[in-house]
Write a protein that binds this ligand. Structure first.
Ligand code: ATP
Length: 307
């Protein structure tokens, strides 16, 4: 089997008395999108910074094989979008992006051409001569993203890339992430936007207090969390909440207004029998079902991990 692009084993990092990362291990295949999820302070940034050798693990090992032949990674192989967005305040954004390309090994002309292409892709053509301070937060974020990707790295490490982006730009970023994956780039990102992550990530790792809580593909995570489907029913009020809670396969009932209830079903539970049982409890006016959202899985997993 091909070696992974990134292999982390038993990573531990303490800051004084705070254990930021507590025995994390994971592997990221070349050309996949791997998402690190977790609450504020869970250890995501520290983990990403260890990958980039910006923070040294106290113990554990990290191996990068970005070319697939064991060659060590060079700075030109890696692109990093840091959580704190520090751009040169005095330089126009076009020059700034090109400068990052030169720093990562591109010849100047090529860096300028790539910078122009990224600005066009991100809708920043008109901003090339402006200084970062003159841009909105979302546009600054896009400039920083371009600076991280301008040299077309093999590994893109993106710390909270969706933060500050409006819905249209979030969609644009999803598209760019898909393009990176199609081009064979390995992407490791951290995020809080579950509804976006579930649309893009090949593998997820949910961390809490520096430890793994759930890991795998979205389906694997759903299975491990025992969460299959969210079944929304609207019944003629009043809702028989107690009886719904007792139905086989129903793990949780969230009662809403006007006779609406969300039933969270265990993974693998068949809808038909549950619907039959619900109909026996009273008139069902509407039904809607969807796969359990990562958001629900995440909230439950993190709250269980906290005890
Ligand atoms: P967020 O979602 O808020 O960005 P995170 O998951 O990225 O959080 P980290 O930034 O990795 O979390 O922080 C993990 C823990 O380590 C926190 O308790 C944080 O206060 C601590 N920490 C991180 N960096 C340092 C540092 N340089 N010095 C001291 N403590 C630190």
């Amino acid at each position: 089997m091909a070696s992974p692009a990134v292999l982390a084993r038993s990573l531990v990092k303490d800051f004084g008395r705070v254990r930021a990362v507590d025995g994390l291990g994971f592997s990221v295949a070349r050309g996949e999108i791997f998402a690190l999820l977790g609450a504020n302070g869970a250890g995501k940034t520290t983990t990403l910074r260890m990958l980039l050798s910006l923070v040294r693990p106290d113990s554990g090992t990290l191996e990068l094989d970005l070319h697939g032949d064991g060659r060590p990674a060079s700075p030109a192989d890696v692109g990093y979008l840091p959580e704190e967005r520090g751009l040169f305040r005095e330089a126009p954004v076009g020059r700034t992006i090109a400068y990052f390309g030169v720093l990562r090994g591109l010849p100047r002309r090529r860096a300028e051409a790539e910078a122009a292409a990224w600005m066009a892709r991100l809708g920043l053509e008109q901003r090339a001569h402006e200084k970062p301070d003159a841009l909105s937060k979302g546009n600054q974020q896009k400039v920083q993203l371009a600076a991280a990707l301008v040299h077309r790295p093999r590994l893109a490490v993106l710390d909270e890339p969706f933060s500050g982006l409006d819905p249209v730009n979030q969609e644009l970023l999803l598209e760019i992430l898909r393009e990176l994956r199609d081009a064979g780039t390995t992407v490791l990102l951290s995020a809080h936007q579950m509804q976006l992550v579930e649309r893009i990530a090949d593998h997820l790792l949910i961390v809490e207090s520096g430890r793994e809580v759930l890991a795998g593909t979205l389906d694997e995570v759903r299975r491990a969390a025992g969460r299959g489907t969210r079944l929304r029913v609207r019944m003629r009020p009043p809702l028989p909440v107690e009886a719904l809670t007792r139905l086989a396969g129903v793990e949780q009932v969230e009662a809403g207004e006007d006779g609406v209830a969300d039933l969270l079903l265990g993974n693998g539970t068949e809808l038909g029998p549950v619907l039959g049982e619900v109909a026996r409890l009273g008139p069902v006016l509407a039904v809607h079902s969807e796969d359990a959202a990562l958001h629900d899985i995440y909230l439950r997993a993190v709250s269980e991990a906290r005890g």
